[in-house]
Ligand binder design. Structure first.
Ligand code: 5GP
Ligand code: SF4
Ligand code: MG
Length: 466
């Protein structure tokens, strides 16, 4: 998901709409915006679909006045049950004795089932099926006298990954979980302040990047006092999601001071070093494989070409909720550039193999178009474990790499070769010269290593074996 918030500019909701549009790659299922105006109070709107199809209409934006606003773009993550309802769309709102608060959450709470059970037993009435709603109910039970303190109380009970953007009548609040699994940055626009999942959404509104919110940090921002910083949690070594670098973030964003594009290009360089192969052409699986393919081509000296063309009007395949739609998705989205592919030995660079559906279809298309050989090079290690921290991966059995070796996957896909970047190679590409510190890994890489930095407690209670 993507979160965004602004304080201290007039018609803040318009800025939020733009910010969410720039974060659309983080979630395409639905979006929501809350704003506050001293005369009319809180206002909110939640819609299914793209930001640009909803939050561009003057008739809707006029209902969201004020100089303080937050928003959320959603896609359903692991643990979400059934079809999303409009009541599951964030931001969520709570009315407390000291006034209202709205919160938008990116990440996934790993003890949400347990919290929900406890809260319901004690009388909380849930409005949605979303894990994130727990935060509001925990806040309601807190005895603290102001909302930031209640949020601290609530979030201390929450396990897992959370980057939260929240607002009261006067305050914009941002929090990252102690490991800082999901991103959150601070920006400045005119006299106002911005919180955003990624820096690309600061660019769109002409905001200046200030800094990242630190893992375990809470910032409370008002027009009068500016940014106040707190550290409500026990300090821990950070474990940022390494997959943000590989795939999830936009290539024009900066993560941990590093250009995502440059990291991805470097992944391609590492891949070419680790698993060179003789071929005539390096092609990205667009768009997510593109920077790595550029790096691979540069390092190997094999020409780069657009052998697969993407229809720009389709969303990201994997965000479509059902298997049936996902299966159709690939054909609707990608087509082979036959004239370029014919009679060539082709290296295809993609960011990841999850179920293997994409790779299988692409291989078929490429061979159909008359390629002589097909070699897959993958910009992440084999995805053998599900993510419980906010990226939508299927159950373990559906992950190809959970039950097949690299060679078995190659044979299953029917390609001439298949190689994944090593975990160390990936760490080098993100700037860790000595690779992964096995004793104390610098990032979360659980979907590749199976080492979960936060025990996925609900899943374990449901029989998941770590
Ligand atoms: P597959 O077709 O193997 O199930 O999915 C791989 C494709 O989905 C890749 O091309 C990639 O762009 C996209 N994808 C990337 N990350 C994820 C993820 O975390 N989960 C899922 N389901 N798909 C992803
Ligand atoms: Fe990121 Fe993978 Fe960790 Fe999930 S399990 S937070 S996708 S590195
Ligand atoms: Mg892809």
């Amino acid at each position: 998901c993507g979160v965004f918030g602004v304080v201290g500019v007039s018609d803040a909701a318009n800025f939020v709409a733009l910010g969410l549009h720039a974060l659309q790659h983080r979630g395409q299922e639905a979006g929501g915006i809350v704003s506050h105006h001293p005369e009319s109070g809180f206002a909110s709107a939640r819609r299914f679909g793209y930001v640009r199809d909803n939050f561009t209409k003057a008739s809707l934006m006029e209902t969201l006045p004020g100089s303080l606003s937050i928003g959320h773009v959603r896609y359903s993550t692991a643990g979400s049950k059934g079809q999303t309802q409009i009541r599951d769309v964030q931001p969520f709102f709570g009315e407390f004795s000291m006034g209202g608060a709205a919160i938008a959450h990116n990440g996934n709470i790993t003890n949400a089932d347990e919290l929900r059970r406890e809260l319901i037993e004690r009388g909380s009435i849930f409005q949605s099926s979303s894990d994130s709603e727990c935060i509001i109910h925990l806040m309601a039970r807190s005895l603290q006298r102001n909302i930031p303190e209640r949020m601290k109380d609530a979030l201390r009970r929450v396990e897992g990954a959370f980057s939260v953007v929240a607002m009261t009548r006067t305050k914009l609040i941002g929090v990252r979980d102690p490991l800082g699994v999901r991103p959150l940055v601070l920006g400045k626009v005119g006299d106002g302040w911005v919180l955003s999942s990624e820096t690309c959404a600061l660019d769109i509104i002409g905001a200046d990047y200030e800094r990242e919110i630190e893992p375990g940090e809470m910032v409370v921002i008002t027009q009068e006092n500016g940014v106040e910083s707190f550290h409500p949690f026990e300090r821990k070594k950070s474990r940022f999601c390494i997959f943000e670098h590989v795939y999830f973030s936009r290539p024009d964003s900066i993560l941990g001071g590093q250009s995502v594009y440059e990291t991805r290009r470097q992944i391609g360089v590492e891949l070419a070093r680790e698993s060179a192969v003789e071929a005539d052409l390096v092609c990205p699986v667009p768009d997510s494989g593109t920077p790595a393919a550029i790096g691979f081509s540069h390092e190997s000296g094999i020409p780069y070409g657009m052998g697969i063309i993407r229809n720009q009007y389709m969303g990201r395949t994997f965000i479509e909720p059902t298997e049936q739609i996902r299966n159709m998705g690939v054909r609707l989205k990608l087509n082979v550039n036959r004239a370029l592919i014919r009679d060539k030995r082709v290296i295809l660079v993609d960011d990841s193999v999850v179920r293997g559906t994409t790779s299988m279809k692409i291989k078929d298309m490429i061979l159909d178009a008359g390629a002589k050989e097909v070699h897959f090079r993958i910009a992440s290690p084999p995805t053998a474990w599900p993510c419980f921290y906010g990226v939508d991966t299927p159950e373990r059995e559906k992950l190809l790499a959970s039950h097949m070796s690299e060679d078995e996957m190659r044979d299953h896909l029917g390609v001439d070769s298949l190689r994944f970047i090593s975990l160390n190679g990936l760490y080098r590409a993100v700037g860790e010269k000595d690779g992964r510190n096995a004793k104390s890994p610098q990032y979360c890489d659980a979907c590749f290593s199976g080492e979960y930095p936060v025990a996925p407690r609900d899943m374990i209670a449901n029989g998941f074996e770590v």
